[in-house]
Design a protein around this ligand. Structure first.
Ligand SMILES: C[S@@+](CC[C@H](N)C(=O)[O-])C[C@H]1O[C@@H](n2cnc3c(N)ncnc32)[C@H](O)[C@@H]1O
Length: 150
């Protein structure tokens, strides 16, 4: 299991997701450009005090990421086809989240192997990216019997 963030805008969100991923031993792919200058010090400042333990891989752009991705790309999107509660996850899935302001462009949407939506009440646009990541990661870990290693 991995988490991938498509051109994230907000350092605090990335910090929160990195912290969650680090606590469970899940690597994170950062797909650039990002809306803020990346540094482990910046992450530490935004509350991600496990920065040194985080497994982070940076990709210069979408093509670099897509070319190196192993496993299915599972896009979390409000335009998803599969409700989270019906989704079947695999151990090597990459959980891809869109940017806070723009989500993902159409070609990224089309490239995803699976598109998962977290069902919400009608009239509400979207969840916070970090909340979305945590909800789907938790369900994916539960289904796949994800083992936490040291
Ligand atoms: C703040 S939302 C982005 C909103 C953006 N305007 C859009 O239309 O996608 C940031 C990311 O969180 C995830 N997300 C938010 N709500 C979601 C939901 N209900 N189901 C699945 N993913 C969601 C998606 O990956 C989304 O790209």
């Amino acid at each position: 299991m991995r988490i991938a963030l498509y051109e994230p805008d907000i350092a605090a969100n990335v910090g929160a997701i990195l912290r969650t991923a680090t606590c469970f031993g899940v690597p994170v792919d950062l797909i650039e450009p990002m809306g803020f200058p990346w540094s482990r010090q910046a992450m530490a400042r935004s509350g991600m005090d496990y920065a040194d333990a985080a497994q982070v891989e940076r990709h210069v752009d979408w093509d670099a990421f897509a070319g190196s991705a192993r496993g299915r790309i599972v896009l979390l999107t409000t335009k998803g086809a599969v409700p989270l509660w019906d989704a079947a996850f695999r151990e090597d899935d990459v959980l891809l989240l869109g940017s806070e302001g723009r989500g993902v462009p159409e070609h990224v949407h089309a490239r995803a192997d699976v598109r998962v939506v977290i069902p919400m009440r009608p009239g509400f646009r979207s969840l916070n990216i970090g909340v979305s990541a945590a909800m789907v990661l938790g369900e994916a870990m539960r289904q796949t019997g994800w083992q936490i290693t040291s």
